[in-house]
Design a binder for this molecule. Structure first.
Ligand code: FES
Length: 147
C-alpha cells in the first residue's frame, strides 16, 4: 500500500505500486481534472505539482510518489480563486479546455519561482501541447497573474 498526500489529505492506494500516479488520481481518487493525453510524457495534460515541481503524472508511479505532497488542479484552490485561474478567465485563454489544467499547474509552479516571468521563461516552463494554439493568451495570463 502506498501512502502520500494529495491536496493536503493523506491518501493510501491499494493498487499495483507501478501504477502511474495519473491513473491513481483519476481512477481511485476521482480527481479527473488531471487529463490523459499521450501517456508518454509529451503533452503535459497530466501535469500535477509534486513537492513544488511540475511533474507529468503519467511518468511517475505511485511507488515513486510515496511520502510526497501532490497537488492537482482540484487542490490548487477549490473555489477557483487562484490568481492564475482568474487570469485565465480574464484573458479568455481556454478554447477546447482539455489541456488547461496541466497548463495551469505548470504555470502555478512557475509563478512560485518567479512572479514576473519573461516570455522565454514561460516558454521554457510551459512545454504543454495545446492543439488550439492558445500560447499567446496563456503567456498574457501568466504575466497578468504574476503582477
Ligand atoms: Fe502525461 Fe501526456 S499524458 S505527458
Amino acid at each position: 500500500m502506498t501512502k502520500f498526500t494529495v491536496n493536503d489529505r493523506p491518501v493510501q492506494y491499494k493498487m499495483d505500486p507501478q501504477t502511474p500516479l495519473l491513473w491513481a488520481l483519476r481512477d481511485a481518487s476521482n480527481l479527473t481534472g488531471t487529463k490523459y493525453g499521450c501517456g508518454n510524457g509529451d503533452c503535459g495534460a497530466c501535469i500535477v505539482e509534486v513537492d513544488g515541481e511540475a511533474i507529468r503524472s503519467c511518468l511517475v508511479t505511485i511507488a515513486e510518489a510515496e511520502g510526497r505532497f501532490v497537488t492537482t488542479i482540484e487542490g490548487l484552490r477549490r473555489d477557483r480563486s487562484h490568481p492564475l485561474q482568474q487570469a485565465f478567465v480574464a484573458s479568455n485563454v481556454p478554447q477546447c479546455g482539455f489541456c488547461i489544467p496541466g497548463i495551469i499547474m505548470a504555470g502555478a509552479v512557475l509563478l512560485k519561482k518567479s512572479n514576473n516571468p519573461t516570455d522565454e521563461e514561460i516558454d521554457a516552463a510551459i512545454t504543454n501541447v495545446c492543439r488550439c494554439g492558445v500560447y499567446p493568451r496563456l503567456r498574457d495570463a501568466i504575466k497578468r497573474a504574476g503582477r
